[in-house]
Design a protein around this ligand. Structure first.
Ligand SMILES: [Zn+2]
Length: 191
């Protein structure tokens, strides 16, 4: 599972992904403030690490010149396809996760770094797997491109694979949730 992570969007619009991601992290942080339960803090770190790993991995994957492979079949796919993974994307994703662990160091020391690394990798793997399987992908009738948007070139695109209602937001939400659960579990194993 260390070959590579995500590169999934068609090159634009990074702001949309913040909504579900920030939601999970925000709820966990509030719960932690309320209950003061350390596991909740590590779940929070895990969710942010997974989200950041996804962001960094995706951007690096789009910027790199290498051609990604689909996480399920390992067949080469165009850059920007859902579920595509690459070595550069993986490395950047891990780095993006570790940055979160390091920034949480004053509150969680080495445990936070470990949690963030594992959560980041697992979260982005789930993201890529969902992107390669369940996430809807559409073919634009105008330009012929594959896209994760239902509308392309101002026209309705045709569903080519996956489920019509599984979009990028849901995929990112699953990535973040995975990160939080893994963060919680890793913390639990360290006790
Ligand atoms: Zn088009």
């Amino acid at each position: 599972m260390k070959r590579g992570l995500t590169s999934k969007r068609q090159g634009s619009g990074t702001s949309r992904r913040c909504s579900p991601t920030g939601g999970v992290a925000g709820v966990l942080l509030l719960c932690w403030f309320w209950f003061q339960w350390p596991a909740l803090y590590f779940a929070y770190v895990g969710s942010v690490a997974a989200a950041n790993a996804d962001t960094w991995g995706t951007e690096a994957g789009l910027l790199s010149s290498g051609q990604p492979r689909l996480i399920t079949t390992l067949h080469r796919v165009e850059r920007g396809r859902s579920g595509g993974i690459s070595p550069v994307g993986t490395a950047a994703g891990l780095l993006g996760a570790l940055v979160i662990g390091v920034s949480a160091f004053p509150w969680s020391s080495g445990s936070g770094v470990l949690v963030s690394g594992v959560s980041g990798i697992m979260g982005t793997c789930v993201d890529s797997l969902v992107g390669a399987t369940l996430q809807g992908e559409f073919r634009c009738g105008r330009c012929g491109r594959l896209t994760e948007r239902r509308v392309h070139c101002g026209h309705q695109a045709v569903l080519e694979k996956g489920l019509i209602w599984v979009g990028n937001d849901l995929t990112n939400l699953l990535c973040t949730l995975t990160g939080s659960v893994i963060g919680w579990l890793v913390f639990g194993f360290m006790q």
